[in-house]
Design a protein around this ligand. Structure first.
Ligand SMILES: [Mn+2]
Length: 284
């Protein structure tokens, strides 16, 4: 059975140990796991977070968003090496927090930071496969799943379609590396919701839950019947993780990266409640 998670970007970004209130809220609402990006990766800081999630009995998921100088698909070898190091350090963060999944666009930051030049795709794909093969060895050793998330055209020039991500994941050929899908991006790029999910099958390692505007499910135009049916059909049993947003608690950096400019529901807490109600009703 899938477990239910929520990304703290609904309330703050990046996550830090002083936001224990969010962890308590997530637990209190009834979620199994908490997903976040963490910038301060010092052992002391991670130990503080570990203590709180352990106390609350929450599982953790780490979301990786590299900066422009940490991209494993960059033409510059120095940047790629920094990118590999960045993702490998995130695997260490996962270990420190006992997280079993590293998710998100770990290959490069969005379009704001990295655009593939015309003619550069073949090289970028080669770099992705080579770097990810190296990273995968460490992930396999640690027992951590890396789920690669295609983004929409406004956030990535590299991976927009599940089909392309699956082709590259196939070349990486590691049990540690699979696909991460998000209906918010799929809604813009994919011909259907069911097709890519079914094509991924057991290589679907992570799934984000949010509406076409990043609000709670069933408040917009996403076809949830289609998604729920196909997730059940493939026997999906990893995390279903809410990645809804509200710009109120977020700084300008992440708002610019994601294009978050207005509230997408009554309040962040209400979005979190409604999203879990939906998950329990349809996937519980
Ligand atoms: Mn997502």
């Amino acid at each position: 059975m899938p477990k239910f998670a929520i990304n703290t970007v609904l309330w703050t970004w990046p996550f830090s140990a002083d936001r224990v209130d969010i962890l308590e809220k997530v637990k209190g609402l009834g979620y199994d796991a908490v997903e976040f990006s963490v910038v301060d990766t010092s052992p002391q800081h991670l130990a503080k977070i570990r203590k709180e999630v352990t106390r609350l009995g929450l599982e953790t998921i780490i979301c990786g968003i590299p900066g422009p100088q940490q991209s494993i698909i960059d033409p510059d070898e120095k940047v790629r090496l920094t990118g590999v190091k960045f993702v490998e350090e995130l695997l260490d963060v996962c270990s420190a927090l006992d997280a079993k999944a590293l998710i998100g666009p770990t290959y490069s930051v969005g379009t704001y930071g990295h655009v593939i030049e015309p003619g550069g795709r073949e090289a970028a794909e080669k770099h992705f496969v080579e770097c990810m093969k190296e990273i995968a060895v460490k992930a396999e050793h640690k027992g951590i799943r890396i789920a690669i998330e295609p983004l929409n055209r406004y956030e990535s020039s590299f991976l927009n379609l599940a089909e392309d991500a699956l082709r590259l994941i196939g070349k990486v050929d590691s049990p540690a590396v699979g696909l991460h899908l998000d209906p918010y991006h799929m809604n813009i790029e994919e011909p259907s919701f069911a097709g890519p999910i079914e094509q991924a099958g057991e290589k679907l390692y992570h799934f984000h839950i949010c509406e076409n505007d990043r609000g709670a499910p069933e408040t917009g135009t996403i076809n949830w019947d289609e998604i729920v049916t196909v997730l059940k059909k493939i026997g999906y049993d990893h995390y279903l993780s809410v990645e809804a947003c509200d710009p109120a608690g977020l700084g300008p950096e992440i708002c610019k990266l994601g294009g978050f400019w207005r509230p997408y529901g009554q309040s962040p807490d209400q979005i979190a409640r409604d999203s879990l109600t939906f998950l329990k009703r349809t996937m519980g």
